[in-house]
Design a protein around this ligand. Structure first.
Ligand code: URA
Length: 214
């Protein structure tokens, strides 16, 4: 049922020409994951080059690192998450989408959340955070990351947590206590324990990964 509703939105998205990003896209990047099973929606920033080529979110280097963190925390990308971005077309040179581009795409983002009605939302990075939460110099991503907030989408309240964006972690390799990678592990573990306590970690994490190598 959710799948059918999302398909209608996806088709509208594919034909969308509401902002200039539509002119340079190869593919719209609508979503990834299992809409019927996913308890959580993860929202990233915008598609990059590989995502634009494949039409799937988080499949480039940042996506691969995200996959490793998810697997290590015992979260199944394929079953537990519905993964989307604040905009569905790639901004040139991977720049941050403008407020106008985000506004043009907002109807798709809201419709996706409204159809999935997740138990919680994961805001992945500063752009996703700022889409839903007012930030200022005192309320930066560093301050708000790891905190549970309530966000409202189409009149429905959802618990939401902000995590670091994996692109940031690609530039920060330290695994020391308090480092961004350690905080990412901590946040994902908390999400898993809160919303997926019944998931068996052994089924998801196959083999040993040294994330400091990525
Ligand atoms: N790929 C995505 O799909 N989204 C991001 O935010 C970054 C990379």
């Amino acid at each position: 049922m959710k799948k059918e509703c999302l398909e209608i939105v996806r088709q509208k998205c594919e034909n969308c020409k509401a902002c200039a990003l539509s002119a340079s896209r190869t593919n719209t990047v609508f979503a990834d994951g299992n809409p019927e099973m996913a308890r959580l929606v993860l929202i990233g920033e915008a598609p990059g080059e590989i995502e634009d080529e494949c039409g799937r979110p988080f499949v480039g280097r940042a996506g691969q690192l995200l996959d490793e963190f998810l697997a290590e925390a015992g979260i199944s990308r394929d079953n537990d998450l519905y993964i989307i971005n604040t905009v569905k077309c790639r901004p040139p040179e991977n720049r941050v989408p403008t407020p106008e581009e985000q506004a043009a795409c907002r109807k798709f983002l809201d419709a996706q959340i409204d159809i999935i009605k997740p138990q919680a939302i994961i805001l992945c990075g500063a752009t996703a955070l700022k889409t839903f939460v007012e930030t200022d110099r005192k309320r930066t991503i560093s301050k708000l990351r790891g905190q549970w907030l309530t966000i409202t989408v189409d009149g429905v309240e959802y618990p939401a947590i902000t995590i670091f964006h994996p692109s940031y972690l690609l530039r920060n390799h330290s695994m020391e206590e308090g480092s961004p990678r350690r905080l990412m592990q901590q946040d994902l573990k908390e999400i898993k324990n809160k919303y997926l306590p019944d998931r068996n970690i052994e089924n998801i994490f196959a083999g040993s990964h040294d994330m400091a190598m990525v």
